[in-house]
Design a protein around this ligand. Structure first.
Ligand SMILES: [Fe+2]
Length: 387
């Protein structure tokens, strides 16, 4: 019986390999990069470079650092990932900051136990990446709730004269995550607004939980925690990026009894409680899509953020620019919501400029209208100059 099963397996494998090899000269012509790479913070002084190709294949990033050549591969438990067209490679931040990287993928038509059929390799141009370089003034662009309208988001972004040093994508960039195609949209927005040249802090919005690919997408970021929550730093700023889960309880009809955010958020909450943020950080900023902090699946995040010494909370989700959001909670930290998709045909983009004890915030919409101007002074009362 064993010999019979082996013979069947060998015959099936041989047929698949022959079919792949015969069609390879044609199929590999369609192998190309369809979402250029962006660089995401993934916790613990690490970045994850993520891009995608039209067909499955390998992924690897090359660069040189301190005179040594590096090739870092997209692998899982020692095997190169080949069955996926989304590629992610985790690299130490100090290797990539103010350095140049190139990314590559090779088409893999099939991989069997003892033989594989490989197609052509595609490579990007070298990308110059800008990490923190000691500048006094830091510009952080916040884009949440794009909801598949990058054109309006682009018009709002174009209102700012100064380029961003880092990009915060605070969730709901797409309205569902049913397949890899939706995730590729997120990647395309990430590239559109970062050029792969500045770090991105990405958090998951409630809409990005909806669909079969929602949980798979988290694995692509390869964070240390395993969830889409992490800490990261940019010069004097320390960020706590959280996954706020869904906006309804697990038993809501929307989810058909097929989710368990209660356990996921409980695990995240325990991780938050175990954290000690950097005492030397000048500003501690929490980024999370849903702003309701008092009750995240029965957990009081407001209390934990207070204990962690958070200075500013940045939320999205409400589709309204809002300074001093939820100040009735009487948290000792400032809270703001950044706008995003605001009505049917309007989008609000927000830029934070951080310098010398204050954060200046400017917000424009796609009609080039100034939608908000505000300053947070740390260690003093807030100035509500405009909204
Ligand atoms: Fe949302």
């Amino acid at each position: 019986m064993y010999e019979f099963n082996m013979a069947i397996n060998v015959i099936i494998s041989a047929l698949i390999v022959i079919q792949s090899a015969l069609s390879l000269p044609f199929t590999t012509l369609f192998f190309m990069i369809d979402s250029k790479a962006s660089v995401f913070e993934s916790g613990d002084d690490m970045y994850t470079v993520i891009w995608s190709t039209t067909l499955p294949g390998t992924g690897y990033v090359t660069y040189s650092y301190e005179g040594k050549e590096y090739t870092v591969k997209d692998e899982k438990n020692a095997a190169l990932r080949t069955e996926d067209s989304v590629h992610s490679v985790r690299i130490p931040k100090k290797h990539l900051d103010n350095n140049t990287y190139t990314y590559h993928s090779q088409h893999i038509a099939t991989k069997r136990a003892y033989v594989s059929v490989k197609g052509r390799t595609v490579s990007s141009d070298p990308v110059e990446f800008k990490g923190y370089s000691g500048q006094d003034e830091i510009h952080a662009m916040i884009l949440s709730d794009i909801h598949e309208n990058p054109v309006n988001a682009q018009k709002a972004v174009d209102c700012f004269d100064i380029p961003a040093d880092l990009l915060i994508m605070n969730g709901d960039e797409v309205s569902m995550m049913t397949s890899e195609r939706n995730f590729k949209q997120v990647l395309q927005y990430a590239y559109r607004f970062s050029g792969g040249k500045i770090p991105i802090l990405y958090t998951r919005g409630n809409h990005e939980n909806r669909g079969e690919y929602g949980s798979d997408a988290i694995d692509i970021f390869k964070t240390t925690t395993g969830g889409l929550y992490y800490t990261c730093s940019y010069g004097p700023l320390q960020f706590l990026c959280l996954d706020s889960g869904e906006d309804k309880s697990d038993d809501d009809w929307t989810y058909g009894g097929l989710v368990d955010y209660t356990s996921y958020i409980a695990e995240e909450t325990e991780w938050m409680k175990s954290l000690t943020l950097d005492e030397n950080a000048q500003y501690r900023i929490c980024v999370s899509h849903i702003p309701h902090l008092k009750n995240r699946y029965g957990n009081d995040w407001s209390e934990i953020l207070t204990e962690l010494g958070i200075d500013l909370f940045v939320g999205g989700h409400k589709h309204r620019l809002h300074f001093e959001w939820n100040s009735k909670d009487e948290t000792p930290f400032y809270q703001m919501l950044d706008g995003g998709k605001n009505g049917k045909d309007r989008y609000i983009a927000t830029m934070m400029t951080i310098k010398g004890g204050q954060i200046d915030i400017l917000a424009y919409d796609n009609n080039k209208e100034l939608r908000g101007k505000h300053t947070y002074y740390f260690g003093q009362a807030a100035d509500s100059s405009a909204a």
